[in-house]
Design a protein around this ligand. Structure first.
Ligand code: AKB
Length: 313
């Protein structure tokens, strides 16, 4: 399969690892990473990099033409906790970038678009457990409002203009190579760093807050699998529910304790508690499993072992 891929927001948590995986599959020169500032050494050294503001349609177009790009992965976004501090900026970044890329696909400059949605599309009135694909969706955060609006824009461009846009509703993504920034699920990344650095962690969510989560390796695989799926297998053009594991801060702390026996966790919930409380505790992703054969690999125990092994190394 020969594709030339442009990644917008490549220096972020998901972009960083997705770029390296796509370069391994499609060839370094065929994956153009971009962000508003330079990426890390691995990214800059392994393939082409461009400075691009994801809200600037003209610059995106120039780079699509320069590199003969066929697919765009739009990963630039402001996450839930930061978006509550800067609502207008979040709306501008999250929506302007999406509409720019969808327009470029409608104008036939590119063939395929990937855009991430999130469990933030759900809200306090959504059934909390095993949340189905189609259900009550009344998000209470700016980020969630931008994601649900984005989903319907994707569906609209697909239905009306035939745009091949594909999307996943990510749960909290847990990584060790790149830290996330500004999310509500970020505690589940920080906890591993603090466990190793200082042996304790003060959690900004309460001990029983259960949230859907996924290890980065699974998230990257799901994304690429969705983009490589046959067109006729993609039945949902808003965004697919996607799930792997769910746990509470108390449960992840107990898992870490199996490796670092003196690890201690304390709880000091802040404004992010309300965001977490509005989200599902587990997700039903049977449509993704049925339509394009999605399977996750990592559970809490295998993810914890892998993260701690890598961070120690
Ligand atoms: C966040 O916490 O904002 C994100 C998300 C669930 O989309 N990780």
């Amino acid at each position: 399969m020969s594709e030339t891929i442009l990644i917008l927001g490549a220096s972020g948590q998901i972009g960083n690892e997705l770029t390296q995986k796509l370069r391994a599959i499609y060839g370094n020169d065929n994956v153009i990473a971009s962000d508003i500032r330079e990426g890390n050494k691995e990214m800059m050294d392994s393939g082409p990099f461009e400075i691009i503001d994801a809200t600037d349609k003209e610059t995106i177009l120039k780079n699509i033409q320069k590199h003969k790009v066929s697919q765009v992965y739009l990963l630039a976004a402001m996450l839930s906790a930061t978006a509550e501090q800067f609502p207008q900026k979040a709306w501008h970044l999250n929506m302007t970038s999406l509409l720019a890329v969808l327009d470029l696909a409608k104008e036939k400059h590119i063939k395929q678009v990937y855009w991430p949605s999130s469990i933030a599309v759900f809200g306090p009135t959504t059934p909390k457990e095993n949340t189905p694909q189609k259900t009550i969706m009344e998000p209470s955060t700016v980020y969630g409002i931008s994601k649900i609006s984005g989903e319907f824009w994707c569906n609209y461009y697909h239905e009306k203009f035939g745009v091949d846009v594909r999307s996943l509703r990510y749960p909290g993504i847990i990584s060790w190579k790149t830290k996330p920034g500004g999310g509500t699920t970020d505690y589940a990344v920080d906890i591993y760093f603090k466990a190793l650095e200082q042996g304790n962690y003060e959690c900004f969510l309460s001990e029983e807050t259960r949230l859907p989560m996924m290890y980065m390796n699974d998230a990257v695989n799901a994304t690429i699998q969705l983009m490589q799926a046959k067109t006729e297998d993609i039945k949902i053009r808003t965004s697919y529910n996607l799930a792997a594991i769910d746990f509470t801060p108390k449960e992840i702390a107990l898992e870490i304790k199996k490796h670092i026996s003196n690890f201690e966790i304390t709880y000091q919930p802040d404004f992010r508690q309300k965001i977490a409380d509005s989200w599902p505790s587990s997700i039903n992703d049977s449509e993704a499993r049925k339509d394009w054969n999605w399977k996750h690999e990592f559970d809490l125990a295998s993810m914890t072992t892998d993260i701690l092994k890598n961070l120690k190394a």
